[in-house]
Design a protein around this ligand. Structure first.
Ligand SMILES: [Zn+2]
Ligand SMILES: [Zn+2]
Ligand SMILES: [Zn+2]
Ligand SMILES: [Zn+2]
Length: 353
């Protein structure tokens, strides 16, 4: 194993170590320490993802390899790490992901630098709040580690599963929260809201709008997990199909089980919407997404916004690439020279000369 691999492995091991301690802290009734250790783990995983791209990304300012291997450097904090993930690695944290990680960080800072007012006399509430926060943050982190970042973290997949199982057990601290909310949930159901089992805390408390074909925000009333969701009618069986944060889903009707992918979702939404759109401006072109690199995944939805059917990002407008003329979500002002995500522009066309 070379030095770089060795450093990387130790970084990941350290991240798992902090997670394990955070879980022990909660089990041993030391919630305050759990917050501190949990946040350390979140930052370490993000740094590990940066390091997998290049070690220098972990360092603030000038990177020096000899200092790096001695551990003599200041490493990037969450906000800067998130920027580098987006701009350099091309693996952006979504708004929901960044928000919950920052929330854990703020919580941690309050604990370390002062004290957390809410936690002085209500011990059970403190514990429930911390469990909510960690379940939600882990839900997103787990998705990254076993999804988009799988190639980097697959050697640790067994440990990732173990952590997942351990954290799930904490939902018992939320039963009280759920019971308190139950009458309100019943009332909202009568008003027509749909409730589904929350993928993070597993209580049937995830509140959904009932409109179809438009991306909306769902929120779990127990743990606070917030997701970008979309519902469509399954073209095969007519049952409702739910999408969470991305354009991949499966029809839950057991007799159907149809699987969906972003491009098919784009086609379905465009079809459903064709009459409306033709009447509107006759433009039924799809665009490319610069956030997730989706090809022709961005379409116009009924709310007159553009939505990426892959990452569920929404955009106010699309612009033509001046080189290939494809529609794109990003800033296309230099695309004549540098192209878009899907063409190389003037520069690329002269590469072989
Ligand atoms: Zn929940
Ligand atoms: Zn179906
Ligand atoms: Zn996208
Ligand atoms: Zn282009």
């Amino acid at each position: 194993m070379n030095k770089k691999e060795d450093m990387f492995n130790r970084l990941v091991e350290n991240a798992f170590d902090f997670l394990r301690v955070a879980i022990d802290d909660l089990n041993n009734d030391r919630p305050k320490y759990s917050v501190i250790h949990f946040y350390a783990a979140v930052e370490l995983f993000i740094k590990a993802r940066l390091m997998a791209e290049h070690w220098s990304l972990v360092v603030v300012k000038e990177a020096d390899w000899s200092k790096f291997i001695r551990g003599d450097f200041k490493s990037v904090a969450l906000t800067e790490a998130a920027k580098k993930l987006e701009k350099i690695v091309g693996s952006k944290l979504s708004k929901e992901e960044l928000e919950i990680f920052e929330k854990v960080g703020e919580h941690r800072n309050k604990m370390v630098h002062f004290f957390h007012v809410a936690h002085i006399d209500n011990h059970d509430k403190e514990k429930a709040d911390i469990v909510k926060e960690q379940l939600t943050a882990w839900y997103f982190l787990h998705k990254k580690l076993s999804g988009q970042w799988k190639d980097v973290f697959s050697p640790w997949s067994i440990r990732i599963n173990d952590i997942n199982e351990s954290l799930k057990r904490f939902t018992k601290f939320l039963i009280v929260v759920f019971e308190k909310l139950s009458p309100e949930i019943e009332k909202l159901k009568h008003q027509g809201f749909l409730f589904r089992v929350c993928p993070s805390c597993k209580f049937e408390a995830q509140k959904h709008d009932t409109g179809q074909n438009i991306v909306y925000k769902s929120e779990c009333m127990v743990c606070g997990l917030s997701e970008q969701c979309l519902q469509i009618k399954c073209p095969d069986c007519g049952k409702l199909v739910f999408f969470e944060n991305e354009g991949f889903s499966t029809c839950e009707n057991e007799d159907c089980g149809k699987k969906f992918e972003p491009n098919e979702l784009a086609a379905i939404l465009t079809d459903d919407d064709a009459a409306y759109r033709a009447a509107k401006d006759g433009d039924d072109e799809s665009g490319n997404c610069s956030d997730c690199d989706g090809y022709h995944t961005v379409i116009k939805t009924e709310d007159d916004l553009y939505t990426c059917t892959c990452c569920f990002g929404t955009f106010g407008k699309l612009e033509h690439c001046d080189w290939c003329y494809d529609l794109n979500t990003g800033d296309m002002s230099h695309s004549g020279i540098f192209g878009c995500n899907y063409c190389e522009g003037l520069v690329g066309s002269h590469k072989d000369d």
